[in-house]
Every structure is written in C-alpha cells, then in structure tokens.
Design a protein around this ligand. Structure first.
Ligand SMILES: NC(=O)c1ccc[n+]([C@@H]2O[C@H](COP(=O)([O-])OP(=O)(O)OC[C@H]3O[C@@H](n4cnc5c(N)ncnc54)[C@H](O)[C@@H]3O)[C@@H](O)[C@H]2O)c1
Length: 249
C-alpha cells in the first residue's frame, strides 16, 4: 500500500477529481479527510469508502474561510498530531461568455488562489512540526498557457497556484516538505462549469487536445498519488550521498 498509515486531507473531495483521489488514497491505506462545502455528497462518499473497507471522514471546509482552516487544524492536531498529505484540489470554474466579468475574476481568485494559499499557510505549520509532508496543488493547463475561451481570472488563479507552489517548495524544502503542482488538461466538466459544459462547446475544446478526448479523473488521481507517496520522495527518507551525489548511480 503506497500511503499506508498516512493521514491525507483532500479539499473539494465531494466531486470530480477530489472524489477520485479520496477513493484511490483510501485504497492505498491512507486515512482520508474529505473537506468540501457540499456536505451531503461528501458524507455519502465517506460512507461508500468506509463500507468498502477504507478509512475516511468528512469535514465541512470552505477553503476561503480562515476560521474553517483554524478549526480543521485544531482537529487534526488533537486527533492525529500530524498531517502527511494535503491535496489543495477545491476550485471553481470561471466559464462564461463574458471574459471580462469582474465578479467572476474576484470569485475565482478568492477560491482558486486564496483558498490554496490558506491551505498551505495552515498545513505547512503542522507538517513542519513533524519535519515531513507532501502538498499537491491542483493547477491546470490554464495556468501554463493562454486559451481563447478561458477567463483571464481563471488562468491567473491557476498561474498563481503554479508559482506559489514553486515558492513554497523552495521555502519549505529544508523542513522536509515537498510541494508540487499538477496541471490537468480538458477533463469532465466542473460542477461550476456553464459554457464549457455544453456538448457543442466541448467539441471545440477537444480540437486542441492531440488525443481528442478528455482526461479521466483516475488518470489525474494516479499522478497525485505518486506525488503524495514516498515514491516521489526527494528529501524525506532519502539517503543523501555525502559526496554530493558524484558517485550516485
Ligand atoms: N474539470 C476540468 O476540466 C479541470 C481541468 C484542470 C484543472 N481543474 C481543477 O481541478 C480541480 C478539481 O476540479 P473538478 O473538475 O473535480 O471540479 P468539481 O466541480 O467536480 O469539484 C470541485 C470541488 O470543489 C468544491 N469547492 C468549490 N468551492 C469550494 C470552497 N470554497 N471550499 C471547499 N470546497 C469547494 C466543490 O464543492 C466540488 O466538490 C479544481 O481546482 C479545478 O480548477 C479542472
């Protein structure tokens, strides 16, 4: 089992990729805390996971609310005394025909960027106390390239996640914490997708995809699992050669 005895927190775990990660992580031996604002769906998924022999629980968390993060951290400290893995997955789409809508800009930055920042702000502390941890931030292809139909706010929100990830990775490497971002391409529509969930519009989106198909949530979840697991360990648990690696093969 690739996450045996680990405690993992996945935000936005009630649906989509977060739900797929929750199922996969529990199959790999992790205790999973599913955090979301869609409580009924999240609790239902916890039931499904526990009934199939996994270990999981649901925690209501609005990623934009500091007070929610504080409450969750207190719970994690008292219940487990550690957090091994954080997947900052919660996010909203900015799909709209009006690519200059300011309300969409403000909302998407609040959830997709501030939410990820808050997740790191609170979890890095607990991970640092234990000298180990892996954070996986879900960005997007939209955080790497411009796209004709994607609101600048969404691209900006995901581009910021990419660079916040790099900053955190550098700032916390010596504490034994790895921070990576994952950049899915065209996936099944988000629950908040409007225009980009339209079947006709999706045909246009797929024209930019060499395989002409959407990604599967499990394909992303497997990449996230690798980064969360010790297989991706670069500092934590690795034997560092004393000669700077000159003789490492
Ligand atoms: N679907 C895609 O095409 C695609 C592509 C690339 C990246 N992404 C990113 O992947 C992540 C997951 O997307 P998905 O496709 O599974 O979407 P989804 O809509 O199926 O799931 C997102 C989850 O986040 C939750 N959420 C939204 N706002 C929240 C908040 N304030 N606090 C806590 N939870 C909140 C939702 O309730 C939902 O359960 C997102 O960050 C998204 O931006 C999606």
């Amino acid at each position: 089992m690739r996450l045996k005895d680990k405690v993992s927190l996945i935000t936005g775990a009630s649906n989509g990729m977060g739900a797929a990660e929750a199922r996969l992580f529990s199959n790999e031996g992790s205790h999973v805390i599913l955090a979301d604002i869609q409580d009924v769906l999240g609790q239902k998924l916890v039931e499904e996971i526990t009934q199939s022999g996994g270990s999981a629980e649901y925690f209501h968390l609005d990623v934009t609310e500091e007070s929610n993060w504080e409450k969750l951290m207190q719970y994690l400290k008292s219940e487990f005394g550690k957090l091994d893995v954080l997947v900052n997955n919660a996010g909203i789409s900015a799909s709209s025909p009006d690519l200059l809508d300011i309300e969409i800009f403000d909302n998407v930055i609040k959830v997709n960027t501030r939410g990820v920042f808050l997740g790191m702000k609170y979890c890095l502390g607990l991970m640092s106390d234990n000298g180990a941890g892996s954070i996986v931030n879900i960005s997007s292809i939209s955080g790497m390239v411009g796209q004709s139909y994607v609101h600048m706010g969404y691209s900006g929100s995901k581009g910021a996640v990419r660079l916040m990830t790099k900053s955190a990775a550098i700032q916390y490497a010596e504490k034994g914490i790895r921070v990576n971002s994952v950049h899915p391409g065209v996936m099944p529509p988000m629950t908040t997708s409007e225009m980009t969930a339209d079947p006709e519009f999706r045909k246009i989106m797929l024209e930019d995809v060499p395989m002409r198909r959407v990604g599967l949530v499990e394909e992303v979840a497997n990449a996230v699992l690798f980064l969360a697991s010790n297989e991706a360990s670069y500092i934590t648990g690795a034997e560092l050669p004393v000669d700077g690696g000159l003789t490492a093969r």
